[in-house]
Design a protein around this ligand. Sequence first.
Ligand SMILES: [Zn+2]
Length: 360
Amino acid sequence: MSEIESLKGQLDSLQTAALVAFAQAEDLSALQQLRVHYLGKKGALTEVLKGVGKLPPAERPVIGQYVNQTKAALTQALELSEAELAVKGKALRIEAERLDITLSGRKQAVGALHPVQQGLDEITAIFAQMGFAVAEGPEIEDEFHNFDALNIPPEHPARAMHDTFFLKDLHSDSGEPMLLRTHTSPVQIRTMKRFLAEHGEPPLAVVAPGRVYRCDYDVTHSPMFHQVEVFKVDRDVSMAHLKGVLQHFLSTYFEKEVGIRLRPHYFPFTEPSAEVDISCVFCAAKGCRICKGSGWIEVLGSGMIHPNVLRSVGIDGDEFSGFAFGLGVERLVMLKKGIPDLRLFFENDVRFLRRMGVSK
Ligand SMILES: [Zn+2]
């Protein structure tokens, strides 16, 4: 074979290989590499051209024309592949960025008030509508406000019944250990003192919601729970006022006319004292498991404020009288919503909270 035929053969096979490679290129960067490999300054075509110098001068123009044809064919094929890959790349990008607007959106979970907080708000609002002013007090108390001022002196057995959490490292100004309040009744003392300092004498009517603490835990007891303290002091306040306020409150809260019954009881801070029952809201007082067949359910403790309590804040018990009662918020919410176990309130099981209709 002559030298020129050999060169033409090399150019033919180079062109065939290049066209196949261009057609199979996956993307534009692969194609760019092929361009360098075949048409670059140190590429395959340049390599073949080195053989041209060995040809006799008369044959060089012939092979020159052949080389130009090969180069043109490669360039044209490259541009074609480039155009195809550009279109394909755009299509891929569009596909990757495609949004399915028929997919439904992600639902935002909206938080809501806990059933106990709902109950607190509801109960407080009923008293606020009756004209009671809302007051709050500290959860860390001293023995004076939590016990002494409420007619529970140091040796009184009621202190033991309160299962108090004492804060051994915290002391009051008089050196006694501080404690977590066991009831909202100390707010009575603090509010009466503040009110007298500002206004000189009663009347005052107050509702005081808040957290209280006792060292106790079972189906009906939690170490932290909520109470609402309600009291009114004025001239000529009687048990009849107490009963009227209770009747209105309990019927409003349970959204039905409930019967109420006052049973004589003992509390150190009221005299006389009464436990308050309502006609069973589950069986219409016919008798069921929850009211243990009696038709009545105990809901709170109440009474006329003990003269010693009035005296501890400087109110003349001969001139003024008052009623007070304290109710457990969890207990009332359990009765209203039919919740069997107090602990459900504090376990934060979302299934329970959803059922209470307070979480979406
Ligand atoms: Zn019943």
